[in-house]
Write a protein that binds this ligand. Structure first.
Ligand code: ZN
Length: 486
């Protein structure tokens, strides 16, 4: 074939491919009717001018406050949200789940001897118990502190130099990762020591363990969160020290022996009954197919759980309120869920998959990444799911929501349904400051910008109605069950 002829052939081939693509897109069934696309644009417009979500968040944080699983405040929040959903005319169910009941009590850290110490002086260490930590003896425990940066350093010390000591895991949150737009990956890297610290330290005979606070800001605020125990090993007290105090301990222990007194008056009480708040906006054609729109109502106890995750609940409330206000009837049932016990081990979500089979769920949404400006949305399903959602892109672009991508996990509470193949979705937010406040005493209402919260309410409103009216099925991709869930 001459080069001229081969070029002609290439152009012919390209033209055929283009024609094929055009005829494919013309034959593809439309995901939404023009009227449904107009309805979706109205949901966005209405939510963007509404204060409903912010008012809900204000009540949950300012009036009810921290909502630790098993606490009276959590129960008050359950009753409040259920009442608000009834006011909207939704069908409300309180779904029982047996949940952990842990309380913090007093906590204190003090260096009682250290290099360069003035006579009779001690100094304070700012710390907080990790979630589900056991208590120290009633009058505290005093022991020498050893500092390691990772497990290899711990193992290198060996049993001889760890037995009877307090081990500090000094893993720093890498802010360069956050600055590059990967704040959750930075968190994932640093947080693994919070989970495994008491297990790894006790194997070598430690009497307590500390972790450097997992956060991206240094305001001498400790960062709590769940820790883990191995049922076959003894349980030792575990706390997070602030980044500043971790640095202090690292400097002092290089100079000589440091002894610390640690007091944690936590209590692990008998499990209690908690509730997932479920509120259904019934579907007109497929009432038995569900699209979940959700956040978790429990929070840690140090702040008032504004960004984690009062915001997620408020965003979901805003989404269903807007759809109700516009008197829109989805084809499938939109099911609002305020999950219990995300922070303590997703016992609410695990109960849910026992009570409601994955097969009856079309899709799920969870918002649990704060309330930063949304730049897009993610799915734990396949790229084909994103392609199906493409017709709503021009609507979302209006408010700067332009990214759509796949992710490993869209939300902790919806992950059990994702394992069953239900496509999970979540807003993708600007999370640059999220880990400055997350799980600290500074997680309060002032950290939430009302405009950003409205945008997330609009995004989740559009996504939920779009999924509940979609004319084509979404691919269902079952996932392997993670070890900890088995
Ligand atoms: Zn959360």
């Amino acid at each position: 074939m001459s080069s001229v002829r081969s070029k002609t052939f290439v152009w012919w081939l390209l033209a055929q491919l283009c024609l094929a693509a055009v005829s494919y897109s013309q034959n593809k069934p439309a995901s939404w009717t023009p009227q449904e696309l107009t309805d979706l644009a109205n949901i966005e417009k209405t939510a963007l001018t509404s204060n409903y979500g912010y008012e809900q968040l204000s009540y949950l944080t300012d009036s009810i406050g921290p909502r630790l699983t098993g606490s009276p405040q959590h129960q008050a929040a359950v009753n409040y949200v259920a009442g608000e959903m009834r006011k909207l005319g939704l069908e409300v169910t309180l779904e029982k789940a047996i949940v952990p009941h842990w309380t913090r009590g007093n906590e204190r850290g003090e260096l009682v001897s250290y290099p360069g110490q003035s006579k009779n002086l001690s100094q304070k260490i700012v710390l907080t118990a990790l979630g589900h930590s056991v208590a120290t003896p009633a009058d505290g425990l005093t022991a020498e502190v050893v500092v390691v940066n990772n497990l290899d350093e711990l193992h290198a010390l060996g049993r001889e130099r760890v037995t009877g000591k307090i081990v500090l895991f000094n893993r720093e949150y890498d802010k360069r990762v956050r600055d590059a737009g990967y704040s959750f990956e930075g968190y994932g890297d640093a947080v693994r020591y919070r989970a495994i610290a008491p297990i790894e330290a006790v194997k070598l005979g430690a009497v307590a363990t500390l972790v450097r606070s997992v956060g991206s800001a240094e305001f001498r605020l400790p960062h709590t969160g769940l820790t883990m125990y191995d049922p076959h090993l003894s349980k030792i007290p575990a706390a997070a020290v602030t980044a500043e105090d971790a640095d202090l301990l690292a400097r002092l222990t290089k100079r000589g022996p440091v002894r610390m007194k640690l007091l944690l008056q936590t209590e692990t009480l008998a499990p209690v009954t908690g509730y997932n708040v479920i509120a259904d906006l019934k579907g007109s054609q497929f009432p038995d197919q569900y699209v979940i729109v959700s956040g978790h109502l429990d929070s840690w106890d140090l702040g008032t759980g504004a960004i984690d995750d009062g915001a997620g609940v408020a965003i979901a409330m805003q989404a269903v309120q807007t759809i109700q206000q516009l008197k829109l009837r989805p084809k499938r049932t939109i099911r609002f869920v305020a999950w219990v016990d995300e922070e303590g081990g997703i016992s609410g979500a695990l109960q849910y998959v026992k009570d409601y089979p994955a097969a009856s769920h079309f899709a799920t949404i969870e918002s649990d990444t704060g309330a930063g400006h949304p730049i897009g949305f993610v799915t734990d399903s396949s790229p084909q799911a994103l392609e199906t959602m493409q017709p709503i892109a021009p609507i979302l672009q209006n408010m700067g929501v332009i990214v759509s991508r796949t992710t490993e996990e869209a939300g902790a509470d919806i992950s059990p349904l994702s394992i069953g193949g239900v496509p999970g979705f979540a807003p993708l937010m600007d999370s640059r400051t999220y880990f400055d406040y997350h799980h600290t005493a500074a997680d309060t209402l002032d950290k939430v910008n009302p405009t950003d919260l409205r945008e997330n309410g609009a995004l989740v409103g559009v996504l939920s109605y779009a999924l509940a009216t979609l004319s084509t099925p979404l691919p269902r991709v079952p996932k392997p069950i993670p070890d900890w869930m088995k």
